[in-house]
Design a protein around this ligand. Sequence first.
Ligand code: FDA
Length: 305
Amino acid sequence: MEQIMRNFFLFLSNNKTLTKVAKKYGFRFGASRFVAGVNIQEAAQKIKALNEKGFVVTVDHLGEFIDSESEAKQSAEECVKAIEVIAKEGLQSELSLKLTSLGLDISHELVMDNMHKILQAGKENDVIVTIDMEDYARLEKTLHIFTSLKQEYDNVGTVLQAYLYRVEEDLEALNPYNPYLRLVKGAYKESEKVAFPNKSDVDKNYKKIIKQNLLNGNYTAVATHDDEIITYTKELEQTYQISKEQFEFQMLYGIRLELQKQLLKEGYKVRVYMPYGDDWFGYNMRRLAERPANVAFVLKGIFKK
Ligand code: FDA
């Protein structure tokens, strides 16, 4: 049953019509449980509050299925604005983005032009920018864009997904770039041809790449809510005397708050991934796919208004 629910929510997350209707209809259906606000000013208040408690943040302007050049440019302007607000208000926050929201599916020139503007603003304001990893169809392009930008900008990072069979090779191929990598299990519905279908295999592979990246000496963001993976990372820290400066835990805004606080108390760096914007539908559907139990929060949101 859980698998059916998962597939259902992943199917919804990919539905362009529903995404557009939801955007028009407004900030509903429990969106505020996982999304910090509709604009950067609202998000900035939430970042400030988290910073005061000791958390750091990466803020993400939500945007999916961009199909015009003007929307992609608007999305890039929003990213630059977010960087400027982070700098102006002295917030401890990085920026995360998706290349599809900047025109990846429209043209290479467009997405590169947008990335240059964003990374230049990040460089001038000391803000790191992480390129989220999307579905497998866009992996090659995303890695190619990351490696070419990394030669010009120090403030760019990206994400690798443990559910992919090829992830170890990608990790090694990126090693010479001394990358800032966020490691995740992977959130998209992928074919068995490219990704492990079983959770236990994904978990095993996830542990492998965390160890590999830490022992390569690269900064590692372990982005998970999974106790077992967190415990494993702490064990690696002990066994290999890895400095707490070399890694951080990342979790999504609104998820496992007690665990986030506990890690902070134990002296770990904890970064909260904070989405904002009116394009919240696909993001929320992926969170529901991860944990159908979250439907309860969403239903509460509908009735709260
Ligand atoms: P898993 O799903 O196995 O869950 C382990 C336990 O965590 C569960 O038993 C439950 O207790 C808790 N949990 C997990 N999800 C929860 C939820 N939604 N609500 C409440 N509890 C929950 N993916 C991707 O493909 N590209 C990307 O760029 C990113 N970026 C990213 C950034 C950050 C900061 C995070 C935390 C995650 C991502 N992801 C991602 C998503 C990632 O790939 C993955 O889908 C989710 O993190 C869920 O997997 P977990 O590792 O949390 O474990």
